[in-house]
Design a protein around this ligand. Sequence first.
Ligand code: AMP
Ligand code: GLY
Length: 406
Amino acid sequence: MKSVVIGSGGREHALAHVLGRDSDVTVTPGNPGIPNSTTQSPLKIDADLFVIGPEDPLVNGLADQLRAQGKTVFGPGADGAQLEGSKAWMKELLVEANVPTAKHGTFTNQDEAIAFLSEMPLPYVIKTDGLAAGKGVLVTESLNEAKSTIKNYLSGDAFGDAGKTVVIEEGLIGNEISILAICDGTKAVPLAPAQDYKRLLNNDEGPNTGGMGAYSPIPSVSEDFVKQIMHEAVQPTLQTLINRGIDYRGVLYAGIMNTASGPKILEYNVRFGDPEAQVVLPRMRSSLFGLLKEAAQGNIEHSPDFIDDVMVTVVCASEGYPEAPQTGKVIQGLDDARNQSGVEEVFCAGVSQNDRGQLITSGGRVMTVTGKGSTHEQARNNAYRSADHITWEGMYKRRDIAKDIN
Ligand code: AMP
Ligand code: GLY
């Protein structure tokens, strides 16, 4: 069996690592730290299964193009990918599906946007409608900052066309949890929950990032909670997609705020989380290849099953991430990191090669190191013992991933 993973980050490395248990995997374009990377276009490769990692190619219709060639593809078409590609479209669908979510308004006019904002409870939440590489969301207590952000978004100065429509939301307070479901067009099955760490600095301080570390399982998230989210959010969303004629075969990643009045959906992503994939996928006991192939074929017959072992992943990032990462630094210690006991894998993301064949940094999040163990503490110690072997000038990692979790 052959599979192709499309993308070049740590999530795609994790997909390839786990799909590789029972298929021959090619990654395109991948990177020099991911085995079997190729620059060949996926449209020119033959395989039994194509898995599209990032949101951009999904929103741009790559799944449709591959399906038009008769290929078996895991990932929604451009129609379903609007759940992530347009927050206004997603919010409207949530309301239609009667899924609990923050109250919102959608605006292209500045005066109307500011009038609506003034009536919302704190904190103020302003989002670009379109994709903004994870940077289009402002959560603030400052009315002035909220107003100037609305101006920057709507004028196109901040994010071009992606910001020319804004979504303003009621600020929600609570714990954030992500539940990822695998969908085959009509049915959905949940994956094991994972906790992401979105802030740059220890103790959840500093700016929001794509994620600085993760662990799975989450002891505080019960099976009943997962069932509730499937029942109140994922299934009604899938049904509403069906009502609109959309055959959604891919990941539905629900970002949830667990508020005092119950869980509410903050957003949907149409892909696996990064770095959540680096802890959830290696915990699969059943076949990832089998699950994604069944979903891609429109018929999930087997629910996924996970080992009890804990996985913890720590992101090694470049100096200046997320605003202005410094790149081109020579990476050292990767082999030593991989040779430590209790390491699942060192997943490579922002990695390229210089003309001397050395691995160098080429992005903000460079590597994620996944450790495993029978407890959170053991997995965390294994992840950090390995990650501490990896160095480059200015390398930064949080030190409190999965700390004090029981
Ligand atoms: P999103 O990309 O929509 O998930 O937003 C990014 C982050 O902003 C989320 O992970 C939350 O931490 C925060 N956020 C988004 N929407 C809200 C909201 N309505 N209330 C409070 N925080 C929010
Ligand atoms: N780690 C959050 C995300 O993938 O969106």
